[in-house]
Design a binder for this molecule. Structure first.
Ligand code: TYM
Length: 340
């Protein structure tokens, strides 16, 4: 039996990258897995605190993320959809894991290294400066391992940017199993079929919720007009014709990635069709496809805004179910480490 776990931070309205890279895949899993499989999808509030958040905005975004998960087609009867911060076992287990994870291992996480690099540039110092960064950011992947292992998850569908974190979770599971008692399965990274969706304005970085430039991402809540405008304004290049060449032509290739993901086509076949057409045609078709893809989820998201009672009920039931699953794991863990 498979136990599938994945999570998403409630740091803002989900964007096309989240949708194509994660959410769409979760919905597919929901359709394709056997009824015996257990599916858990979590909104990871604790993780979002690792970067400064406006409390009022976070509280809204947290609620909106739940509505978004339902709007894209996750079914709370089939999947356990819940707020990580409503099950206290996540932070408990993460403490236990902190105590068996070497500092050196966390220093090797690329997410940490890129944070360091950013803070270094900001201060224009050549020395690595850790004093600017909070400890939560450092142990972030340990909390993520706790999220996964608390449910003894066997499969974790995430974008490739998260792959190293899943490897760490395997490592931590193995360490715990050896040091105490065989408790956790080693979770597997499940690659999503879609490549990384890049920023529409700076194709050197991924499309992200935190970029200050709102025209760099397409939101689940964008209107047709906004979607078309953002795609028309997407940075490409001045090479004539269209080819799929992510290294030399990241902007153009990103549009092909998006279109291929929307239409479920092979990206190379797709590129061939646009070879003799130009960027204009490509952008038009990408806009059409994205508008069509997001039309229903957007309408459903808006409808759910008027159903706050229902949303609270889904959250409550999700948290209850999640806590019931993890209670057994925590009992085992406490017994293994001697805290009973
Ligand atoms: P988060 O919230 O950054 O992203 C959620 C999911 O979306 C994928 N993703 C993308 N995919 C393609 N293109 C993009 N531009 C893009 N941006 C984001 C991510 O790969 C991810 O699958 N640490 C996790 C949250 C987390 C988690 C977990 C995930 C916490 N605990 C346990 C799995 C299991 C994160 O920050 O995702």
């Amino acid at each position: 039996r498979r136990i599938v776990f994945s999570g998403i931070q409630p740091t803002g309205t989900p964007h096309l990258g989240n949708f194509l890279g994660a959410l769409q895949n979760w919905v597919k899993l929901q359709q394709d897995t056997s009824p015996n499989d257990i599916l858990l999808f979590s909104i990871v509030g604790w993780h979002s605190l690792t970067l400064p958040q406006d409390p009022k905005r976070l509280s809204v975004a947290r609620r909106e993320m739940l509505a978004a998960l339902l709007a894209v087609g996750l079914d709370p009867k089939r999947s356990t959809i819940f707020h990580q911060d409503e099950n206290p076992h996540h932070t408990e287990l993460s403490w236990v894991f902190n105590c068996i994870t070497p500092v050196g291992k966390l220093r090797r996480m690329t997410t940490w290294k890129s944070r360091l690099a950013t803070s270094r540039n900001a201060n224009d110092e050549s020395e690595v400066d850790e004093s600017m960064l909070n400890t939560g950011l450092f142990t972030y992947p340990v909390l993520q391992a706790a999220d996964i292992l608390l449910y003894k998850a066997t499969h974790v569908p995430v974008g490739e940017d998260q792959k190293q974190h899943i490897e760490l979770a395997r490592d931590i599971a193995d360490t715990f199993n050896r040091q105490f008692s065989k408790t956790f399965p080693l979770p597997e990274y499940v690659a999503t079929t879609t490549r990384r969706v890049l920023s529409l304005k700076d194709p050197a970085s991924k499309m992200s919720k935190s970029s200050p430039d709102v025209s760099s991402r397409i939101l689940l809540t964008d209107t047709e007009k906004e979607i078309r405008k953002k795609i028309r304004g997407a940075v490409t290049d001045s090479v004539t014709g269209v080819t799929y060449d992510p290294v030399n032509r990241p902007g153009t290739s990103n549009l092909l990635t998006i279109l291929a993901a929307c239409t479920n086509e092979d990206i190379y076949e797709l590129a061939k069709r646009y070879e003799i057409k130009g960027h204009g045609d490509l952008k038009n078709d990408v806009a059409d496809a994205v508008v069509k893809l997001l039309e229903q989820p957007r309408a459903e998201f808006e409808r759910l805004q008027g159903e706050q009672e229902y949303l609270s009920q889904v959250a409550r039931e999700g948290a209850e179910r999640a806590t019931a699953y993890s209670t057994l794991t925590m009992q085992e863990v406490r017994k293994s480490v001697g805290l009973t």
